[in-house]
Structures are given as structure tokens and as C-alpha cells.
Design a protein around this ligand. Structure first.
Ligand SMILES: [Ca+2]
Ligand SMILES: [Ca+2]
Length: 636
């Protein structure tokens, strides 16, 4: 009896729900891109319109020169894609009218004049030295934005290595003179876009790789206007800015996750669920990527392995975007152009490059090249064998398809230099032999001068590990800054910052001393630095400033010659316009002798060389004796 009554109530409730007519609704919550630009080589733009049940609306405009090419209705009722053609439009605020039955909704949409024309000086080359930093960990210029009301995380705690520490764009802006004094020429900082995720032990958000809004700087770093101001001031001081972007995935709290625009917006995979049954902490089915990039280029790779790498999620909080959906890719391509036009960035560092679908990524690179021929993009290609990374560089003869990616990262150099730090250079495989053997493969790169090298970054141990050994650090930096590469430094190397990932990634992402309120140790000033820090800073500063001199085109254009390590000593030379630079490193912990006759083809008639960092003069007519782990960068 009781059961029947309950059923009756349920039936009544259901009928009641049917009986109440639904209020018709038509409203636009947001449009992305938030504005667009006229004068682009490709005049079409995809507007992603967000609004409850907007999918079934019609869209019109009466703005002169703008034509609506098509409307694309996705699986979710709450998005509508409007493709505009702006070929003959003038800058101004256009009207867009959305209509559904008798309902009508008007919005204004701005078409700005294009600011960053194709011939503007931009991009970065081997004449630059990139300085990579993490905004949360470099300097806190505005303690008022450390916690922002309304954000999901309200934690800012410098005692916790995996939580936010309060650094921001203002902190970077306040230290541009420090960076200029050090002598770097370009800044790459980890992503600055909104990462509005809850804080949890598995979900640190300070690193910025889980975007929740592609058109907004995270308010804990500042505003979009702050970003523009920082770029403008950096340019005023001769510093370029490289923006870190992620096309492979977004953050779990991006609105696309709760309300998927289309069923194939993300790579979700029923087939993977069945085969591995993985689910994340929130119960969402997903498959983690294997983190193995080999299958992407492996001629023998199984379809399973390829899919797992490219379509698996990076982590449970980073849903994997499906770039094969052309609307997803249009969204991402436009987003990169929007930031170039809006803040004037000089380059992009693309995260997890081979984890995204290669074809659509190549389409992106071609589009950027068409709009900004001088622009440069470096892709994170984390594989430690040069034949792999070489295949990702534009115009590679060993790739199946052209990536059109101008710059790749040299993880081989990183791995070799890391091993050479502790290994004696003796047989033909160990120590600096590794670096020699790695550079051999430059015959595979279409453009070795456009490969980016580094000795550490935010994802690796610090070069120094837990030590402070500046002798091997100087060896690594001397090679990094004189071989045929675009060099990239990591913040704090200049003041001997160390740490390993053994316990937490936060240990390789420590706060820069002096960047935070209450710091008693201030490494931003020579007075605040210790003697050891000043020794390292000044050594590097001298080398970086020398590298910027007009006469240093021996570095950018010079022919490179390397000698097989002999007596434990590794020598690489660069020569151009009658000038020679010879980088000499003693890869042993003993005194070693360098017989000058062996290097006669480089030394020629020169009698003496000047060591660039110390200005000491070294005779080239008699054999050179090197102290344990000594470095010389001789110019003659
Ligand atoms: Ca702050
Ligand atoms: Ca992917």
C-alpha cells in the first residue's frame, strides 16, 4: 500500500514538472575571442558563444564588411559557433543579434585594428639568452593579490613547497633592471592564464599548467593590463617576453568539462576505459597518458601505444583536448594570435608538444608563420635522443610530415651535461664525450642554430642537485652559452640555487631570495648576495654581456668545430669574421694538460687568448695546464 502511494506521488510530481511551461530563454554569457582584429591574412574568425540554450539561435549582423559564413551547432545546447568573415571590415564595434522564435538578444563585439603587423621585430634567435622563471616563485610585487576572493583555492603558504607562494607579474616587472643587469635578453615564464582549481595534495595550481580561462591572466598574478604593461616595459628595456601555452590539455575546472561543447571536444575513450578501467579521484573516466613519446614517431608502434600517448590525459586534473576537432584547434590557434596582438609577446613556448595531434599543430605553426613571419615558437619535445627531437623541427628530412615548428628543445644536451657533471671524461663514452657525441647528430637538424638548449628547468633537478659546486656549473654554462644553440637559463642559477625533485617538485622551484616580503637574504643586489653568489653572478654576467656585444656574432654565425676529448679536456670552437672563441673544459678532477699543437687548425698564429669571464690572458704558444674542472672561454 505504502509502495503504491509513493508511486502515485512520484507520478504526480512528474506530471507537475511537465505541466509547468519552461520559461523561454535567450542570453549570451560570453564570446571568445573576447574581441578580434581586422587586417589579418586569414580574415575568418570563429566566435564561440556561451549562453543557456544558445545553440538553436540564429545570428545576424548589419556591420559593414562583416559576413557570417556559417553557424555550427554542437552537441551541448549551451554553445554556438559563429564563423565570421571580416575581409572588408573596418575596426569598430559591431552588433550581433541572436534570435530564437520571438526572442532576440543583442551583443556588441569589438573588431580592433591589428597592432602587431607581420614586419614588427619579434621572435627569438641564437642571439638571445632566455631566462625562464616561475611567476609564483620569483617575486611578490603585490601581496594584496596573494589570495583572491571567489577563487577556488584560498591557500597561499610559503612553508608548503606545493602551494602558492604569492609571486606575480608585478614582482617580475619590479626586477626587470636586475634581469637586464644580469644580461639575459628574453624572459620565458611558466603559464600566467587563470588556473582556478581547488588546492589539494595532488593538484598544485601555482605552476599554471591547468588553464581554466584562455582569455584571462590569473588574478593572483595580475590582470591582462598588468601583463601588457610588463611586456611593454620589458621591451623598453630591450627584453623580449616568451609566453608559455598549453594546447594539449586544459584544467578540470574549465567550463568545457562540466558542459562539454561536443562529445569529441576531449579525448575520453570508451575503449581505453574498458581496457584499463582507470578513473580519477573524482570518478571521471579517463586514461592517463603513458608519458612515453617514442610511439609517436616509432615506425613499428602499435595503434594502442600511439593512442595512449597522444589521447591519454596528462593527469586527472588536465583533460586532454582533441585538436582533431577543427573547432577546438581554431579556438586554440585564435587564442595564441589574440595574445600576440593583445600584449605583444615575442615568442611562445608550447608545452607537451608531441602529446597533441601533430597535423593540427602543424596547421597552427603555418598560420602563425603566415601572420607573423619573424615570430618564434619553441616546442617542448622531451626525448633524450637527437634523432627524435630533430624530426620535430621544421623542414626535417627525417620526419614523415613537416611540423613547421621552428625551435625544438635539446633534451639530449641536458641529459649529457647532467651526466658529465659527476663523470670523469675518460673513455670515449663518459663525461664530456657525451656532449661531443650528442652534437654529432646536428647533421639531422635542419637548423641547429634554432635549437634551444638548457642545463635545467622547472621539470628537472637543479643542475647543482643539493650541492653548490660552481666549477662544474661554469663548465656547463660555458658550453651552453657558446655552442650553436639558443641558450635557456633557469632562474636562480646565477646565484647557485639548487634542489632536486626527490621529495617534491617544489624543491626545484624555490622562491628567489629577496623576492618576498620578510626575506632576509636578498640575492637581487650585490650587497645582499654572499661572496659565492657574487662570484657566480659576476662570472655569468660578464659572459652574458659579452654575448650581447655587436662583435659577438661569432656566437650567432660562427662555424663550429669540436675536438674529441683528449686528456679529459673537451674543446669546442666558434669562428667568424677573423674572430675565434674556444671553450675549453677540463672534465677531470685532476690537473690536465692541453697540447696546443693538437688545436693548431683553430689557434693558427694567435699567441694569446683572453678568457672572457675573467679577462685573464692565456698563452697559446705553449701547452695549457688546466686545474681540476677548470673552464676557459678564450677569445682571440
Ligand atoms: Ca602577490
Ligand atoms: Ca593529447
Amino acid at each position: 500500500m505504502k509502495k503504491i502511494l509513493l508511486l502515485a506521488i512520484a507520478a504526480f510530481t512528474a506530471i507537475g514538472a511537465w505541466a509547468v511551461p519552461k520559461m523561454p530563454n535567450l542570453k549570451v554569457d560570453r564570446i571568445e575571442p573576447t574581441n578580434w582584429f581586422v587586417g589579418m591574412k586569414d580574415p575568418t574568425v570563429q566566435l564561440m558563444v556561451y549562453g543557456p540554450e544558445i545553440r538553436d539561435a540564429e545570428a545576424t549582423t548589419t556591420y559593414a564588411g562583416v559576413k557570417i559564413d556559417s553557424l555550427v551547432r554542437l552537441d551541448s545546447p549551451n554553445y554556438l559557433l559563429v564563423y565570421l568573415n571580416t575581409a572588408s571590415a573596418q575596426p569598430g564595434v559591431m552588433n550581433l543579434t541572436f534570435k530564437k522564435g520571438k526572442l532576440s538578444y543583442d551583443v556588441k563585439y569589438e573588431l580592433k585594428a591589428r597592432e602587431m603587423s607581420g614586419d614588427r621585430r619579434m621572435g627569438f634567435t641564437n642571439a638571445d639568452v632566455l631566462y625562464m622563471l616561475m611567476p609564483d616563485r620569483f617575486a611578490n610585487g603585490n601581496p594584496a593579490n596573494d589570495k583572491v576572493t571567489g577563487m577556488r583555492s584560498q591557500v597561499c603558504d610559503r612553508n608548503k613547497p606545493s602551494y602558492r607562494h604569492g609571486g606575480d607579474l608585478e614582482g617580475i616587472r619590479q626586477h626587470l633592471d636586475y634581469l637586464n643587469d644580469l644580461g639575459v635578453t628574453a624572459l620565458w615564464f611558466t603559464p600566467v592564464l587563470e588556473n582556478d582549481s581547488p588546492e589539494s595534495p595532488w593538484n598544485d595550481t601555482y605552476h599554471g599548467y591547468a588553464t581554466t580561462n584562455y582569455y584571462r591572466v590569473d588574478p593572483r598574478f595580475g590582470t591582462n593590463d598588468d601583463y601588457r604593461r610588463l611586456v611593454d616595459e620589458a621591451h623598453g628595456k630591450g627584453l623580449k617576453v616568451v609566453m608559455d601555452m598549453i594546447f594539449n590539455h586544459c584544467g578540470f575546472e574549465h567550463p568545457w568539462v562540466a558542459d562539454m561543447p561536443s562529445n569529441d571536444w576531449f579525448n575520453t575513450h570508451e575503449w581505453l576505459k574498458e581496457s584499463k578501467g582507470t578513473s580519477d579521484t573524482r570518478g571521471t573516466s579517463f586514461l592517463r597518458t603513458s608519458y612515453k613519446l617514442a610511439p609517436v614517431l616509432d615506425p613499428y608502434a602499435s595503434e594502442f601505444d600511439k593512442k595512449e600517448t597522444v589521447e591519454g590525459w596528462f593527469v586527472s586534473t588536465m583533460p586532454d583536448l582533441n585538436q582533431n576537432n577543427p573547432h577546438v584547434m581554431n579556438y586554440l590557434i585564435q587564442n595564441s594570435i589574440w595574445w600576440i596582438e593583445t600584449v605583444g609577446i615575442d615568442g611562445i613556448r608550447m608545452d607537451t608538444y608531441p602529446y597533441a595531434f601533430a597535423g593540427p599543430m602543424a596547421r597552427w605553426m603555418k598560420r602563425i608563420d603566415e601572420e607573423y613571419p619573424n615570430f618564434n615558437v619553441v616546442g617542448e619535445t622531451w626525448f633524450e635522443q637527437p634523432p627524435y627531437t630533430a624530426a620535430w623541427q621544421r623542414d626535417s628530412k627525417i620526419a614523415k610530415e613537416n611540423s613547421y615548428l621552428k625551435t625544438v628543445m635539446d633534451f639530449s644536451f641536458y641529459a649529457c651535461i647532467d651526466s658529465a657533471r659527476v663523470e670523469k671524461t675518460d673513455d670515449q663514452w663518459r663525461g664530456f664525450n657525451r656532449v661531443y657525441n650528442s652534437l654529432v647528430f646536428d647533421y639531422l637538424y635542419p637548423n641547429p642554430s634554432s635549437v634551444m638548449a638548457f642545463i635545467e628547468n622547472h621539470d628537472t633537478d637543479r643542475y647543482l642537485k643539493d650541492g653548490k659546486d660552481d666549477l662544474t656549473l661554469k663548465q656547463a654554462l660555458a658550453l651552453l652559452l657558446t655552442i650553436n644553440r639558443i641558450p635557456q637559463l633557469y632562474y636562480g642559477t646565477e646565484v647557485l640555487m639548487n634542489g632536486t625533485k626527490r621529495v617534491t617538485d617544489g624543491n626545484v622551484r624555490k622562491d628567489f631570495p629577496g623576492g618576498f616580503p620578510g626575506d632576509t637574504h636578498n640575492a637581487f643586489t650585490s650587497q645582499g648576495r654572499t661572496k659565492e653568489e657574487n662570484d657566480m653572478f659576476n662570472w655569468l654576467r660578464t659572459l652574458l654581456h659579452w654575448r650581447k656585444e655587436p662583435g659577438s656574432d661569432v656566437i650567432t654565425k660562427g662555424k663550429q668545430t669540436q675536438f674529441l676529448p683528449h686528456n679529459g679536456i673537451y674543446v669546442v670552437a666558434r669562428q667568424y669574421g677573423g674572430k675565434t672563441v674556444m671553450t675549453i673544459v677540463n672534465g677531470t678532477n685532476e690537473t690536465a694538460t692541453m697540447p696546443v699543437k693538437r688545436y693548431a687548425e683553430i689557434i693558427g698564429n694567435a699567441m694569446v687568448g683572453r678568457d672572457i669571464p675573467t679577462s685573464n690572458h692565456v698563452s697559446l704558444v705553449s701547452d695549457i695546464t688546466l686545474t681540476p674542472r677548470q673552464t676557459l672561454i678564450l677569445e682571440f
